[in-house]
Design a protein around this ligand. Structure first.
Ligand code: SF4
Length: 61
């Protein structure tokens, strides 16, 4: 099953991925995204979130 991985050194906490896949991504108080539902990728569109991330911080493995 595909799983999203975020490079926290790159993430700027813009929230785009959370908007697209709120079951998977959540921006924390530290301004970095957290993966809250790594196994939910098949219910949303994580690949599109990965493609849309402005700093290419998301990869699907
Ligand atoms: S879209 Fe990219 S930069 Fe924005 S919160 Fe998600 S991982 Fe971070």
């Amino acid at each position: 099953m595909p799983k999203p991985v975020v490079d926290l050194d790159l993430c700027e906490g813009c929230g785009t991925c959370e908007e697209m896949c709120p079951e998977v991504f959540k921006v924390g108080d530290d301004g970095k995204v957290q993966i809250i539902g790594p196994d939910k990728c098949n219910t949303c569109n994580c690949q599109e979130a990965a493609d849309t991330c402005p700093v290419q911080a998301i990869t699907i493995e």
